[in-house]
Design a protein around this ligand. Structure first.
Ligand SMILES: [Zn+2]
Ligand SMILES: [Zn+2]
Length: 205
């Protein structure tokens, strides 16, 4: 068989492995298999499709990991320090890792509007004022591909409009981003953000 034919056969086997891993809930294995399959044969339609799906889902998951890490850091601070919280390098790196997944999808398919939207959501969550221009540019890119997409228009409005609830930074106003509130005797999960520490009125995650 021609060497490229061998690579394609191997990619197909890896694709099946990835599908099986997904079905069995082994997400890390699925990601590994589909990344290998894509590296071997990026032209196979089914491989490219599942590659994008898995990496998008992982990007969302990794964004949540970064967000939770930040919340835990805020939680560890004294109440009066919470307003002036700054992200640690760990939080920054966690967000960058999520962005890497979205960038891989966009490298495979620059017209994937879901990836453009999710990437801008993560950039916004990471640093709203600092990434504002890039966030806007990504939405413009996505809207150029799908001008009438309501999900995009809605998400854009959600991210860009000034938030009357948190005043803009994207942290839950009721717990200052710590995800917990003081009850009578114990601290309990913040009911407004369900413990995420994130303002639920703005942002995509
Ligand atoms: Zn808000
Ligand atoms: Zn809260």
């Amino acid at each position: 068989m021609h060497p490229s034919g061998v690579a394609h056969e191997k990619a197909k086997t890896l694709l099946i492995d990835a599908q099986r891993s997904l079905e069995e809930g082994r997400f890390d294995d699925a990601r590994r298999s589909i990344e290998d399959a894509f590296a071997l044969h990026p032209e196979d339609e089914k491989v490219v499709e599942l590659y994008q799906q898995i990496l998008l889902a992982d990007g969302v998951r990794l964004t949540r990991v970064a967000r939770d890490l930040r919340r835990d850091e805020i939680r560890a601070l004294e109440k009066r320090e919470r307003g002036s919280h700054r992200d640690s390098d760990d939080v920054r790196e966690a967000f960058l890792k999520a962005l890497e997944s979205f960038d891989k999808v966009l490298m495979a398919n620059p017209r994937n509007s879901k990836a453009l939207m999710l990437k801008s959501g993560t950039l916004d969550r990471m640093d709203r004022p600092g990434n504002r221009e890039e966030v806007l540019a990504l939405f413009d890119q996505a809207l150029a591909i799908h001008p009438d997409n309501e999900e995009l228009l809605y998400a854009r409005g959600r991210i860009l409009g000034p938030c009357s609830h948190c005043g803009g930074p994207g942290f839950c106003a009721d717990c200052q981003g710590s995800g917990e509130v003081s009850g009578l005797f114990v601290r309990r999960r913040c009911p407004s953000c369900k413990g995420s520490g994130v303002c639920v009125h703005c942002g995509l995650f």
